[in-house]
Structures are given as structure tokens and as C-alpha cells.
Design a protein around this ligand. Structure first.
Ligand code: B4P
Length: 230
């Protein structure tokens, strides 16, 4: 009788061990130890937001769009949003410290709880890229790849004016402001690709064609399967 009771207790401990191990393996599948952090890079209107929404589903990533975060603050009328509005509505980049502060909060809230992050519209200056590298290093993680969407300037202007017809975004309805945004991209943001090229992280991807085809090209870069790419 005593032996049976001891056997039952041993069985229970073994069961618990097996059960915990199963949970551990399940969790490491959902949240692998190595986060997959990627930057979706490109000029305004290149489709960063459009593609980020699609990739986050496939790769189970958290999507952080600084444009969306700033527009939320603007809509709430918060002090940060009111400050950002002055720049955004005129096609200018919002000051680095404002955007970096927002990202710091997001990383504090999420690193360790998600499988990875897709950064959309951030970093947009070399100072932002350096701050991001430092923040990720503090969290013992890093950027895996920078996917750079390439789209011709006429197509960018066409897309943004088209979106402006329905989005009500002040920065999409006026061609001069769109040209200012493209100017900001060329003078400040394009340099970010050079920052990550030093560590061979940048992959250029054609951002013209159907939305589905572009997603496939991006996924091929992420999966390291670009044999058939142009
Ligand atoms: P964002 O919100 O990042 O917006 P974006 O650059 O205009 O757009 P995106 O490239 O995501 O294009 P989308 O997919 O929407 O920035 C807005 C402003 O916020 C900035 O100007 C700046 O003031 C401020 N800001 C944001 N981040 C900042 C930072 N880090 N530092 C400082 N300031 C910052 O696509 C555009 C249109 O094209 C859509 O209508 C879409 O439907 C269409 N489209 C997409 N793919 C297409 C395709 N393949 N074919 C045809 N149309 C397509």
C-alpha cells in the first residue's frame, strides 16, 4: 500500500515535469529566444504601412509605426501630439527626441513579451538609428534586417495624392508638402540605409507592382530564399 502511494507520488512529479517541459517548448516556439526585429524602410508612400500590416501577421510580429503613434497623439490633442502636428502637417520630420522617447516606452512595454518587432517609419534619421541600436542592445537584442522598398518618385507622388483624396491627411493633399517630405527623406532618412549597410543588413526590394507580389519579395528576403528575385 505504502509502495503504491510512493509510486503515485513519483508519477505525479514526473507528470508535472513532462507538463512543464511541454509548456516550455510551446512558449519557445511562440516566443523564440532570439527576437526577429526588422525595419521596413523607404520613402513616404513606398508602402511601408501597407506591407507591415501583412508581414506582422505572417511572422507573428509586433508592428510599431511611429506615423500611427504620432497620429494617435495628434487625434487625442495631447501636448506631444500638438507639438508633432506642427511638423507633420508641413511634411517635416518630428524632432528626434520626441520620436525616440515614444519608441523607448514601446520597447519597455514589449521586449520579452513578443516574438519580434517590425519597425515601420522608424528610424528616419541616423540619430534615431543609433538610439534604436542602443535601446535594443540594452535589451540584449538587435535588428536582423532592413528591408528597403524602392519606388520611383512619380509613383510615390501619385500614391500619396491618391490617398489624400480619402485619408484627410493634411500631408497627403498638397503636392508641395509631399515634395517637402520627399526632400526630408533624401536629406535625412536615406542616410539610415548607409548606417545599416555597414553591418550588411540592408536588402533592397522593388516596391512597385501588386501588393501581394511585393509581400512575396519581402518574405523571400526574410526567409533567405531570394533565388528567383529580379
Ligand atoms: P508615415 O505614417 O510613416 O507615412 P508614410 O511615409 O506617408 O507612408 P508609408 O510608406 O507607410 O506608405 P503607405 O503604406 O501608407 O509618416 C507620416 C509623417 O509622420 C512623416 O512625414 C513625419 O512627419 C512623421 N513621422 C513618422 N515617423 C517619424 C520619425 N521616425 N521621425 C520623425 N518624424 C516621423 O502607402 C501609401 C499609399 O500607397 C497608400 O494609399 C497605399 O494604399 C498605397 N500603396 C501601397 N502599396 C501600393 C502598391 N504596391 N501599389 C499601389 N499603391 C500602393
Amino acid at each position: 500500500m505504502q509502495n503504491t502511494r510512493r509510486y503515485a507520488r513519483e508519477l505525479t512529479i514526473a507528470d508535472i515535469f513532462v507538463f512543464l517541459r511541454a509548456i516550455y517548448f510551446k512558449l519557445t516556439t511562440i516566443f523564440p529566444k532570439e527576437m526577429l526585429n526588422i525595419i521596413l524602410f523607404g520613402p513616404p508612400g513606398s508602402g511601408k504601412g501597407t506591407q507591415a500590416y501583412r508581414l506582422k501577421e505572417t511572422y507573428n510580429l509586433l508592428h510599431i509605426s511611429t506615423g500611427d503613434l504620432l497620429r494617435e497623439e495628434k487625434a487625442k490633442g495631447s501636448p506631444l501630439g500638438l507639438e508633432a502636428k506642427k511638423y507633420m502637417d508641413n511634411g517635416l520630420l518630428v524632432p528626434d527626441e520626441v520620436v525616440i522617447g515614444m519608441i523607448r516606452v514601446k520597447l519597455e512595454e514589449n521586449v520579452g513579451k513578443v516574438a519580434g518587432i517590425i519597425f515601420d517609419g522608424f528610424p528616419r534619421t541616423v540619430a534615431q538609428a543609433e538610439a534604436l541600436d542602443k535601446l535594443l542592445e540594452e535589451k540584449e537584442t538587435h535588428i536582423e534586417k532592413v528591408l528597403a522598398l524602392e519606388v520611383g518618385e512619380d509613383e510615390l507622388v501619385r500614391r500619396l495624392l491618391e490617398r489624400g483624396k480619402t485619408s484627410g491627411r493634411a500631408d497627403d493633399t498638397n503636392e508641395d508638402k509631399i515634395r517637402t517630405r520627399l526632400g526630408e527623406y533624401h536629406s535625412k532618412t536615406a542616410l539610415v540605409a548607409g548606417h545599416y549597410a555597414k553591418s550588411d543588413k540592408v536588402r533592397n526590394v522593388l516596391g512597385e507592382g501588386s501588393i501581394e507580389d511585393i509581400t512575396k519579395r519581402l518574405a523571400a528576403e526574410l526567409d533567405g530564399d531570394t533565388g528567383e528575385e529580379e
